[in-house]
Write a protein that binds this ligand. Structure first.
Ligand SMILES: Nc1ncnc2c1ncn2[C@@H]1O[C@H](COP(=O)(O)OP(=O)(O)OP(=O)(O)O)[C@@H](O)[C@H]1O
Ligand SMILES: [Mg+2]
Length: 136
């Protein structure tokens, strides 16, 4: 029996010393090229990716000054992951309202689910959006 998996994935690093917004945009455009997404869906997911990358740059204090971005798509689910190896979810950020800032609030509004985890070193934020149509 052949089980057809209709999925697409990519993982890449960005450096905070470089113009990483450009890298993200290029990789994203290439990734969504074969996907049948609406303009709004694409815009939301790219905005969210930029916001999470900016958070990693601003808050992670990562010694390697980089983050790993992943895009994963299967059926009609689009997943964005942004991972850094910085300070993680500190007690301070746990104690304050995590959705106090605009960044994560916006991510929560634009996506269907968001998961913040620091079981690995640093912080990994994963956000999923259900889209209308899948692979072309
Ligand atoms: N990668 C990260 N590493 C460590 N802490 C983080 C990271 N991302 C977010 N945080 C914590 O979560 C908080 C909320 O993030 P959020 O993006 O919602 O707000 P902000 O970045 O403080 O403000 P804004 O996005 O409105 O400029 C941050 O203030 C920070 O304490
Ligand atoms: Mg922010």
């Amino acid at each position: 029996m052949v089980i057809e998996t209709r999925e697409r994935k990519i993982k890449f690093d960005i450096s905070f010393f470089s113009e990483y917004e450009k890298t993200i945009e290029e990789k994203f455009d290439d990734f969504v090229n074969e996907l049948d997404l609406s303009k709004e869906e694409k815009k939301s997911i790219l905005t969210v990716t930029m916001e999470l990358a900016l958070n990693a740059e601003e808050h992670s204090k990562t010694p390697d000054h980089k983050a790993t971005i992943s895009f994963f798509f299967r059926d009609t689910s689009f997943m964005v992951g942004v991972e850094d190896s910085g300070i993680g979810w500190t007690n301070e950020s746990k104690n304050k309202d995590a959705f106090r800032g605009n960044g994560l609030k916006m991510v929560r509004a634009l996506m269907d689910s968001i998961l913040v985890s620091d079981y690995k070193k640093g912080l990994t934020v994963t956000a999923i959006k259900e889209v209308k149509r899948g692979l072309r």
